[in-house]
Write a protein that binds this ligand. Structure first.
Ligand code: AMP
Length: 281
């Protein structure tokens, strides 16, 4: 696997790959890789001729400085994992490569950024848009692969690509879970074994909600989910929301042609976890 740290070197390498008529697939990550990330690389390898992964812990998307400081970093292990599945190229820039100066750009995602993660993590999606647009500029991918795990982020990236008129296809990939049901996440490394057991209840509660959602109104089901999460020792829910998958509007009734997605953010100890489930699949 080729490893490149500088944007200009990356751009000229990508140009030479494109000249060979190859389609570029791209998987941006913040490292501390797990099977969820690797599933995106596998998807890219299936859909494209040349797969690029990036690892960059992006400071501008962290609204909590402690979360940024404690974010797990494991470059050597990540590189070995990427090599084991024959990823073609890793872009591994330093901070000043991506942010030679403060990035003042402000994006506007309307309603998409005022709900859920946007409401609870001020500035988060602006930071995501800053780094993702820079990465897309550098990699020039044909297709990009994002996890449904970060469902709202996926919707925001669709809007970003539309706004910037980038000719990029965005492919959403399913959530990969531990055997316990806990959605894989780099932040899970910060959980104790006991906390992992507690956190596994998040998916149980999402599944339970899906199993009989039509017996409730969206409003009462959200409340029921919230209360179920509160009941679990060690869990502290931040929000439960039930939205459509296009505009992320909180639903008032089940009558919609769109996908219905229940999303939660839950603290387990000091670690903030997110998860979601599609009801009507
Ligand atoms: P991150 O490194 O957390 O920024 O994630 C990089 C990409 O991996 C994003 O598109 C995430 O949605 C995706 N991802 C993270 N966890 C999972 C998972 N458990 N299953 C599928 N994709 C995931």
């Amino acid at each position: 696997m080729k490893i490149i740290a500088h944007k200009e070197a990356l751009k000229s390498h990508i140009q030479s790959i494109k000249k060979q008529g190859k389609q570029i697939g791209f998987v941006p990550t913040m490292g501390a890789l797990h099977q969820g990330h690797l599933s995106l690389i596998e998807q890219s390898k299936q859909h494209c001729d040349y797969t690029v992964c990036s690892i960059f812990v992006n400071p501008t998307q962290f609204n909590d400085p402690e979360d940024f400081d404690k974010y797990p970093r494991s470059d050597a292990k990540d590189i070995a994992m990427l090599e084991s599945i024959a990823c073609d190229l890793l872009f591994l820039p330093e901070l000043n490569e991506m942010y030679p100066e403060q990035d003042q750009r402000q994006f506007n995602f309307g309603n998409l950024e005022t709900v859920m993660e946007g409401a609870h993590r001020p500035g988060h999606f602006n930071g995501v848009a800053q780094i993702v647009s820079k990465l897309f500029d550098a990699v020039h991918p044909d297709k990009v692969f994002f996890g449904q795990k970060d469902f709202q982020q996926y919707v925001i990236i669709k809007s970003l690509v539309h706004q910037l008129k980038m000719p990029i296809e965005i492919i959403a990939c399913p959530i990969i879970r531990e055997q316990s049901g806990l959605a894989m996440s780099s932040r899970n490394q910060r959980l104790t074994e006991k906390e992992k057991g507690q956190a596994a209840n998040i998916y149980k509660i999402l599944l339970e909600a899906k199993s009989n959602y039509r017996d409730y109104s969206p409003q009462s089901l959200k409340q029921k989910m919230f209360e179920s999460l509160v009941q679990i020792d060690g869990l502290k829910p931040e929000y439960c929301e039930i939205v459509d998958d296009l505009e992320l509007k909180p639903l008032n009734s089940w009558q919609t042609d769109q996908k219905i997605v229940a999303c939660v953010a839950v603290f387990c100890g000091k670690v903030r976890l997110i998860d979601n489930i599609v009801f009507n699949l």
